[in-house]
Design a protein around this ligand. Structure first.
Ligand code: ADP
Ligand code: ASP
Ligand code: MG
Length: 824
């Protein structure tokens, strides 16, 4: 490395929040490979705020300012005691006492004057940087580094203005040379106060809030640095403020221009003025995290590696929208000139301007704090036009927010605006004004202030995430829900890599508890997450699943609960997709079913329930495809219960039927009460679902149901039932024998005809009939249609079991994602 290689490091307030953080910052400095370095420091976190408060209190004659100063003295004393050996801590204490005495005097003057002059206020607010620099330099000294520090007020000459101060480069350069001469050159490690400066006349000044980033690049330029590293509390510049958008990602590279745009539009991670001196000398900037010093951070340079179109999003809150409207503006040259002239006179900066080509109105965004001044200035400038009714009153809406999308790669690339506006539209956010310069590096919109965060998240999701990112809430952690979560745990990663479908389970609930996670619940550990969950609140659950920062939301209902099924309508209406193996919703009253079908028809939301019939077998989809392609379905008939399939596949006329039922129950093939299977109600539900899918208006009561639970066995407990079922073995065996004599098999079958006749009952089929040739828990559905004649279309396979049912639900989720991938 070049022996002159010099790097400027800047540490922000959070990186110097206390003794421990200062030690960590020093560790970074001490471990650096470059031969020379300058370390620019901010005040310890919160100190500038406290000093600014003290100024305000003193000016308002509130003695509370004394308490602020005392707290600051104590905080610094304690930090010094923790950080430094006693003699060095004492030296620090004496120096701080001298500076505090000056601060006191200035505040006393402010008290008397009822106001603090600019230089005085800047002397006070800049004191924190002096103390932080002393502390760090002293600590570096104890660690053997050359502990010199430079008070920027002796070197940096700047004239404070409305916003950022203006640097006097030549004067600053000369003072730096003088400083070098006094100190025998620049030491290998030099600590410098950020934020502070003085005017050419020697009056204390500051560069403006958050200005020590700017100090770093100013000193980078003055010292001829090769690199500037800005150390803060995040991994770099991110695609949006991570405190507002949990999904924000770190940007590896940015161009100076992109960084400047993002900073200008409120990304406080780096001060907008910082890029200026770096651009001129081509010094690369790095934004890095003191908490993770090994992470690469963001590199900002001239090139910026223009990958992708959009780099970042940012918001400016506290914006007012001014609207000037009237026919008198049209074709009158100089309207804009007068408007901006008036604003300049009033010292108001326009953040954004927008005028339609009709020229009937001109709209601008200004800081809300300046809204009144701006309105008065504009009204005065257009006094005559207003008087003649050619221009209306200037309308002001002070409660707005500006949202900007930034990226060099947007230039010449269509599509970003569509995605940006599409995402805002989908989130129901009204756009009040729009601007895009012809450089196409930035699109800005103004939205209502209360919608700032929602707008930012929605836009970020629309621009950054896979369009097939789905926020998932699973209700029900019984056997199907659990199997689904385990399958998702195993496959979600591969599906994301392979197909770009990002399935994020962010909420899981059972009947008692729910676990919510902002990003995603670690699925390897979902049982533990649910175990530590909070009490179930279905309102909060749905609100969490549907979040602005993810494009789509789905609730998967793995319960058999009617109360939950009753909520689908509301969820679909809100745009939450519903996927379910729960048969309840589709078999409640017809009107509810029709409403769900209408709501879940795919405009706002999708409603998928393939697994309500035949578990994982493709039955609903097959039926739908037949109908959609114009076939006429004449009859659907089949074995629709795995349990009843098993019972009649095993019934050989030798073992009593009641024995088989008891054994199946022990083997877990039946519901806890086998009457729930034998009654045929479950099969009837499936028949209703199939009939309604065929467009037949069928209610449960319309199904001719001949169940297998004799009238007198309907009451009583399960054991009693199993015992008394033996009395009915005889007629069952007789039925079997009669069938056998005809070469037939008994099957418990549900069927529905085109004319709406629906039945569920025991039937006998010739041995070579498809329905006679079933194994184990097979389901079989045959579709007799106009096209599938004389041979029906048959779907057959295991139609029950947690694994296959869960896989069917999983497949519905993937089908949903593929629908979503085609919509913007
Ligand atoms: P420092 O004290 O180090 O100067 P700041 O608080 O001024 O730190 O800036 C860092 C903060 O900026 C982050 O903690 C983050 O909350 C905020 N921030 C806003 N926008 C962004 C963004 N696009 N990328 C990263 N951080 C951002
Ligand atoms: N300490 C100053 C402030 O809080 C400067 C900075 O942190 O950049 O504004
Ligand atoms: Mg900062």
């Amino acid at each position: 490395m070049d022996p002159q290689h010099l790097v400027v490091h800047k540490f922000g307030g959070t990186s110097l929040a206390g003794a421990e953080r200062i030690r960590a910052a020093a560790e970074i400095v001490l471990g650096r490979p470059e031969p020379r370095r300058a370390v620019v420091v901010s005040a310890m976190a919160g100190v500038t705020d406290a000093l600014a408060r003290a100024v305000a209190l003193a000016s308002a004659r509130d003695a509370g300012y004394e308490r602020e100063l005392e707290a600051l003295r104590e905080r610094h004393r304690q930090t010094a005691a923790e950080l430094l050996p006693p003699d060095a801590a004492a030296t620090f204490g004496r120096a701080m006492a001298r500076e505090l005495a000056d601060v006191h005097d200035v505040l006393r003057a402010a008290w008397i004057l009822r106001h603090a002059p600019r230089g005085g206020a800047d002397l006070v607010t800049g004191a924190g940087e002096v103390w932080a620099a002393r502390l760090l330099a002293a600590y570096l000294g104890t660690r053997g580094a050359d502990g010199a520090w430079l008070d920027a007020r002796e070197v940096l000459v700047a004239e404070p203005g409305e916003g950022t101060a203006r640097v006097e480069w030549a004067a600053s350069e000369a003072r730096l040379r003088a400083w070098e001469a006094r100190h025998g050159g620049i030491p290998p490690t030099l600590v410098i106060t950020g934020f502070v400066a003085s005017t050419a006349a020697g009056v204390p000044a500051t560069l403006g809030r958050n200005g020590s980033d700017y100090s770093a690049s100013i000193f980078g330029a003055l010292l001829g640095a090769d690199e500037i590293h800005i150390w803060t509390d995040v991994d770099g510049v991110m695609s949006a403020n991570p405190r507002l958008v949990p999904e924000a990602i770190v940007l590896d590279r940015l161009s100076y221009r992109e960084a400047m745009e993002l900073a200008h539009f409120g990304a406080r991670v780096v001060h907008p003025a910082t890029m200026g001196p770096a651009v001129e000398r081509g010094i690369p900037l790095y934004i890095r995290n003191t908490f993770r010093p090994d992470a690469a951070g963001t590199r900002i340079d001239a090139d910026g590696a223009p990958v992708g179109m959009v780099k970042g999003l940012s918001t400016v809150e506290g914006v007012a929208l001014l609207n000037l409207e009237g026919t008198g503006m049209r074709d009158v040259p100089g309207t804009a000139h007068r408007l901006f002239g008036a604003l300049r006179e009033a010292g108001v900066e326009a953040l954004m301007v927008s005028q339609g080509s009709s020229q009937n109105s001109l709209c601008l965004a200004v800081p809300a704090a300046h809204a009144e001044v701006a309105r008065r200035a504009v009204d005065a400038a257009f006094f005559a036009e207003r008087h003649h009714g050619q221009v209306g009153e200037t309308e002001v809406d002070p409660g707005c927010c500006l949202l900007a999308v930034v990226g060099d790669g947007m230039a010449g690339n269509p599509g970003v605006a569509a995605r940006f506006f599409g995402a805002l539209g989908k989130a129901g956010i009204n756009i009040r004004a729009i601007a895009q310069g012809s450089s196409e590096r930035n699109i800005s919109v103004v939205v209502g202030g209360s919608e700032a965060e929602r707008a930012l998240r929605a836009a970020h999701a629309g621009l950054y995430l896979s369009r097939q990112t789905v926020s998932i809430g699973v209700i029900g952690s019984g056997i199907v829900g659990a199997a689904l979560l385990d399958q998702l745990a195993e496959r979600a990663g591969a599906i994301l890599r392979g197909r770009g479908v990002d399935l994020r389970v962010r909420a899981i609930a059972n009947s008692r508890a729910m676990a919510l996670d902002g990003r995603r619940i670690p699925l390897g550990d979902w049982r533990c997450a649910l175990g530590q969950g909070e009490p179930l609140d279905l309102e909060a659950f749905a609100a969490h699943v549907q979040t602005e920062h993810l494009p789509h939301a789905v609730i998967v209902d793995c319960t058999a609960d009617e109360a939950i099924a009753r909520r689908y309508g509301e969820w679909l209406r809100r745009g939450i997709h519903v996927v379910t193996p729960n048969k309840r919703a589709n078999t409640l009253d017809l009107a509810y079913y029709q409403e769900l079908r209408r709501l879940g028809g795919g405009v706002g939301a999708h409603y998928l329930y393939e697994t309500t019939v035949g578990a994982g077998l493709p039955i609903i989809q097959t039926l739908r495809d037949l109908i959609d392609t114009g076939d006429e379905v004449q009859r659907v008939e089949g074995v629709l219960s795995g349990t009843l399939s098993y019972l009649f596949n095993s019934f050989d006329g030798v073992r009593p039927f009641s024995d088989l039922v008891a054994e199946a129950r022990r083997g877990g093939y039946t519901e806890p009460d086998p009457r729930d299977d034998l009654s045929g109600a479950d099969v009837a539900r499936k028949v209703v679902i199939l009939a309604r899918e065929m467009g037949i208006d069928l209610e449960m009561a319309d199904v001719e149901l001949e169940g297998l639970v004799p009238e007198e066995l309907r009451g009583g407990d399960v054991d009693d039932f199993l015992h008394r079922l033996r009395d009915h073995d005889e007629p069952m065996t007789r039925l079997w024998r009669q069938a056998e004599e005809r070469g037939e098999r008994l099957r418990f079958v549900g069927a529905v005809d085109r004319d709406g006749r629906a039945s569920v009952r025991l039937r006998a089929y010739p041995a070579q009939h498809a329905l006679a040739r079933l194994n184990l828990t097979d389901n079989l559905v045959q579709f007799q249609t106009r096209r599938y004649t004389p041979n029906p279309l048959i779907v057959q396979g295991p139609g029950a079991g947690p694994e296959v049912t869960a896989a069917g639900v999983f497949a519905d989720l993937l089908r949903l994602a593929s629908y979503l991938g085609t919509s913007p």
